[in-house]
Design a protein around this ligand. Structure first.
Ligand code: URA
Length: 228
């Protein structure tokens, strides 16, 4: 694998952070300075600032993200982040993003390849949201959400939509554009007051209170690989 991916898998830094370390000449491979295009194999000896580093076990965590926590590894405004809610080792990063005030299912992993694929629109991972909204959406609004909504960045793909209560609806989408659900509901005249992701790629939050996390079962990881 490429040197920056190796350093990310070793928990040293994100891939971008790893590139900076490599450019700064702080990384060696078998004693020679590493380059951005260096490829590393398992027998190679990699060191950062002279300290040997090693690959970490691939780890997959499902977090019940609480409100008010940001989906990033580091927040310039020093708000609490999702990575602070899970063990620091091995270092995992969120797959995709939930808004600070969205709660629900969030996957974190150090498997960069799987994370990249799951986050890619081409793979169309299924995400289910429960939204509480202003007003009482009628059948016309629900049908418009199903058919697709014209947003600033283009039309949304067809969605599965179900009424959960007078002002609560469930939406299942395969896309993951910024603030997509909030924008879709705003567009039909029903701004979101509360948003919760109840399922991600078939993973639900059963047994997890807000702020709690669990490791995925090997069968669940296999399932994610199959959904790629
Ligand atoms: N759509 C949104 O608007 N916000 C989220 O956090 C996720 C999907």
């Amino acid at each position: 694998m490429r040197l920056n991916a190796y350093l990310a898998r070793a928990g040293v830094a994100s891939r971008r952070g790893a590139d900076e370390l490599i450019k700064a000449g702080r990384v060696t491979v078998n004693g020679e300075p590493g380059q951005l295009n260096t490829f590393v194999q398992s027998r190679d000896r990699v060191a950062v600032d002279g300290e040997p580093v090693a690959l970490q076990k691939l780890t997959y965590l499902l977090l019940h993200k609480p409100a008010g926590v940001v989906t990033t590894a580091r927040d310039p405004q020093r708000r609490p982040t999702v990575v602070e809610l899970v063990p620091a080792e091995p270092r995992v990063v969120p797959v995709g993003r939930l808004d600070a005030y969205t709660t629900g299912a969030l996957l974190l992993t150090n498997d960069g390849q799987l994370a990249h694929r799951l986050a890619h629109p081409r793979y169309g991972v299924e995400k289910t949201y429960e939204a509480t909204v202003e007003g009482k959406p009628d059948d016309v609004a629900l049908q418009a959400l199903r058919d697709g909504i014209e947003l600033d960045d283009g039309p949304t793909a067809p969605a599965r939509v179900r009424r959960l209560g007078p002002n609560r609806i469930e939406l299942t989408i395969h896309e993951g554009r910024n603030h997509q659900v909030r924008r879709m509901l705003e567009a039909v005249g029903h701004p979101v007051t509360r948003l919760h992701r109840s399922a991600y790629a078939g993973l639900t939050l059963e047994g997890l209170e807000p702020g709690q996390w669990r490791e995925l079962e090997p069968s669940e990881v296999d399932q994610l690989r199959r959904s790629e």
